[in-house]
Design a protein around this ligand. Structure first.
Ligand SMILES: Nc1nc2c(ncn2[C@@H]2O[C@H](COP(=O)(O)OP(=O)(O)OP(=O)(O)O)[C@@H](O)[C@H]2O)c(=O)[nH]1
Length: 376
């Protein structure tokens, strides 16, 4: 799936950079353009794989908004034309979707991303998705409150919001910085593979991916290769999306990989997901990646049916992603996955944090409606 990526704020910029870098290194060509937007000049300085735009210079002089999410909203509103101009030529007609990437706990990303999504929705016909990073449970209450507000608005504005819980994809006991590094690497690899899996045949090149021949539409293996429309259809449920991943060593012969396909699919959904506990969904896409000869048809179909049972969704799509790798990997994308204990617990923290700081105003309320009111 060809996408344009726009990172807002520090986490948004870093994750966008990692994604663009992964895509370029693998030679996938799914990332068509990438831009990082920030109110803090220093956060933009280290980025190499993305273009950058500084906003709010007249208000905060390049120093960031210090987790003030209301200010983040205002800055994005007043400088949105500058951002739109910076996007010119980066969101080309080949882009099939736009992803706005942001950490939801800070100020610039949390306040700015919903405004930007709103604006992009009016300008482009392709889906505009958010990739939102939820603060971990030990992060401060201001972060929780910011993220609650921001998420509420993103769920309203974006075609779907892919959530990554900062508690999900790292090892216990890592330092915060170490954990960010691990999480960002995993987001880049997993989201990067998801986007690449939906790439058109022509877009796939380089040695890391099997040759075009094995992805030719006429062949038996090619009949089940994932394409972009399956990702878009899975996300059509709107609301919260999640992504799970797991991999294991594969045997050469597909018949020996039937159990492996089932095991990695289970692990992807039950323990490898970006939002732990989210297993109920409106729709799902199971992608099994590996050497074409190693992907077991029977195993993939069994795993797909297992995902159907586990998610309670009758809309579970399945497909292959031919990759030159000794591993067999499963990616499970869920759409409409807001019914999760983890999300409920986060909302509770956000509500408490909001009550603590005495504010019940919502700076982005003007965009919000009641679609998921029961969660807040
Ligand atoms: N996964 C991940 N999360 C991060 C990273 N950096 C910050 N965060 C999280 O993002 C939230 C803070 O958002 P930032 O992106 O740092 O803030 P910002 O949007 O730049 O806003 P200001 O700094 O307030 O101007 C917190 O919840 C952090 O835990 C990162 O590199 N990776």
């Amino acid at each position: 799936m060809k996408v344009a990526l726009i990172g807002v704020g520090q986490a948004g910029g870093k994750v966008t950079e990692r994604l663009a870098r992964f895509d370029a290194k693998m030679g996938f060509g799914a990332v068509q353009g990438a831009l990082a937007i920030n109110s803090a000049k220093s956060d933009l300085a280290g980025l190499e794989f993305v273009d950058t735009t500084l906003i709010g210079a007249d208000r905060v002089n390049g120093h960031g908004v210090g987790a003030d999410n209301e200010l983040g909203t205002e800055i994005m509103q007043s400088d949105s034309q500058q951002v739109i101009d910076a996007l010119d030529g980066r969101i080309t007609s080949s882009a099939e979707a736009i992803f706005v990437v942001a950490g939801l706990g800070g100020g610039t990303g949390s306040g700015g991303a919903p405004v930007l999504v709103h604006r992009l929705q009016r300008m482009y016909d392709v889906p505009v998705y958010a990739l939102g990073i939820l603060p971990g449970r030990n992060e401060g209450s201001l972060y929780q409150a910011n993220a609650g507000r921001s998420l509420k608005t993103l769920l309203r504005e974006a075609d779907a919001t892919l959530l990554i819980d900062n508690d999900a994809w790292h090892e216990q006991g890592e330092s915060v910085e170490g954990a960010f590094e691990t999480i960002n690497r995993k987001i880049a690899q997993r989201v990067g593979l998801l986007l690449a899996s939906g790439e058109a045949v022509e877009g796939v090149g380089e040695s890391s991916v099997t040759s075009k021949t094995s992805r030719t539409r006429g062949g038996a293996a090619a009949a089940s290769v994932v394409d972009s429309s399956e990702i878009i259809n899975t996300l059509r449920s709107g609301g919260v999306a999640t992504l799970g991943y797991a991999s294991a060593a594969a045997a050469e012969d597909s018949a020996e990989n039937i159990n492996t396909a089932l095991t990695v699919s289970r692990q992807a959904l039950l323990t490898g997901t970006s939002l732990p506990d989210a297993t109920t969904a409106d729709s799902a896409l199971l992608i099994v990646a590996g050497k074409p000869d190693a992907i077991p048809r029977k195993g993939v179909e069994r795993a797909r049916r297992w995902v159907e049972d586990e998610t309670g969704s009758m809309q579970v799509r399945g497909g292959d992603f031919p990759l030159e790798s000794d591993q067999l990997a499963a990616l499970v994308l869920l759409g409409g996955a807001e019914r999760s204990d983890r999300l409920e617990a986060f909302m509770e923290r956000a509500r408490e944090a909001k009550a603590d700081d005495g504010s019940d105003d919502d700076p982005t309320e003007q965009f919000a409606e009641d679609r998921l009111e029961d969660l807040f």
